[in-house]
Write a protein that binds this ligand. Structure first.
Ligand SMILES: [Zn+2]
Ligand SMILES: [Zn+2]
Length: 379
């Protein structure tokens, strides 16, 4: 075991040094493929929804198809931590721990290579583009996904602020749905001495910045159910002589479930159109980084609880869903799915912080938890 662990830690450090952002994970996928080739899976599916990879360990016998997912991508954030394995790609860093999640699945590949499942199939999915919300959708939409067709899907995310190795689980809603809304407004520039000759979006932008965050409240929802955050705005050009003719507001909308999210988005768009009309502006709306809600299936969540108990891990029942999003939620539309969090320690910097680094100790505990889950279903 410890020889394997040393190899997995080495792999994690290598992945950490060569991070790639969403949809550009080509080299990362190649490193993973080299590893998988040493594990003799029944089948490897390449270029799944982009640079995704799936290693299938098939028992050849009837039984459930159990998918375990990790992520290939890193973030466009400059790493300021100074581990020996610090990122060699300036401005890109594995600051969400996906390097660690990949090492956990690499370890599982070894385990299932040595002790094949007794029934059904275990599928280890290295999913691309989690951070921009496009990866799970692309994987599921890929015609090659029909060869996978999972009955159950599982994933974990490491979580700073929670005790090392502790497991957090919840049935039902776990992560909010989320989507970005870009509101572009255009009027007409004019000389700053004669603003009355132009059409300025300034008032509309000010109103939107003020009103958008209160939309959930107007729908009778508090921040435990929905949230609108204005993330960016601009207006006019950097010149004292010109009254502005163009402007933009960007906001991220989040809701506890997909239905409320659609409702919230419709209201946000309506508010933007009203403000455009009121001020005689043209409007262009566009969307980005859409994440489905992540809702844990009860049976799948119970399998995780059983696994954590068997591994002797402390289990925390989460009382509230997280407001951050996880594109893993989409696997709930094709299988019984559940995601759990694995504590990265109280003093670990938060995810996406520039000094974050995945704790290597979690590789072994993550592997044990997933192995218990998969063996519970596939033997
Ligand atoms: Zn992340
Ligand atoms: Zn992540």
């Amino acid at each position: 075991m410890s020889a394997l662990l040393d190899e997995l830690i080495e792999l994690r450090h290598e992945l950490h040094q060569y991070p790639e952002v969403s949809q550009q994970e080509e080299q990362t996928a190649q490193r993973i493929l080299r590893w998988l080739n040493t594990c003799s899976p029944t089948q490897i599916i390449k270029n799944l929804g982009g640079h995704g990879l799936a290693a299938i360990f098939d028992s050849g016998k009837e039984g459930p198809s159990v998918l375990v997912r990790c992520e290939l991508d890193a973030l466009p954030i400059f790493e300021i931590g100074e581990p020996q394995w610090r990122s060699k790609h300036d401005g890109v860093g594995h600051l969400c721990g996906h390097d660690g999640h990949m090492s956990i699945l690499a370890g599982l590949a070894r385990k299932f290579s040595e002790y094949r499942p007794k029934q059904g199939r275990v599928i280890l999915l290295f999913q691309p583009a989690e951070e921009d919300g496009a990866g799970a959708r692309a994987v599921i939409a890929d015609p090659k996904f029909s060869e996978i067709k999972p009955d159950y899907s599982f994933a974990l995310h490491n979580l700073p602020g929670m005790a090392l190795h502790e497991v957090g689980i919840k049935s039902g809603p776990l992560n909010f749905a989320s989507e970005g809304l870009r509101i572009e407004l255009s009027g007409k520039t004019s000389h700053a001495s004669h603003p009355e000759d132009g059409i300025s979006p300034a008032k509309a932008i000010a109103t939107l910045i003020e009103k958008l965050p209160y939309l959930p409240q107007s729908l009778g929802k508090d921040e435990s159910e929905a949230l609108v955050t204005v993330v960016h705005a601009n207006l006019g050009v950097n010149a004292f002589g010109v009254a502005p003719g163009d402007g933009m507001v960007m906001a991220t909308l989040r809701s506890i479930d997909n239905a409320l999210q659609s409702d919230l988005m419709a209201h946000a768009e309506e508010l933007a159109r009203q403000e455009a009309n009121r001020n005689g502006l043209k409007i262009k709306l566009s969307h980005g980084e859409k994440f489905s809600d992540c809702t844990n299936d009860r049976e799948a969540a119970d399998i995780i609880r059983k696994s954590a108990k068997k591994a002797g891990r402390k289990i925390t029942e989460l009382t509230k869903p997280y407001r951050w999003s996880e594109d893993f939620g989409l696997f709930g539309s094709v299988s019984k799915s559940a995601l759990f969090v694995l504590g990265s320690g109280e003093n670990c910097p938060q995810l996406h912080n520039p000094d974050y680094d995945f704790p290597d100790e979690l590789i072994e505990s993550g592997m044990a938890l997933f192995e218990n889950i998969a063996r519970d279903l596939c033997g």
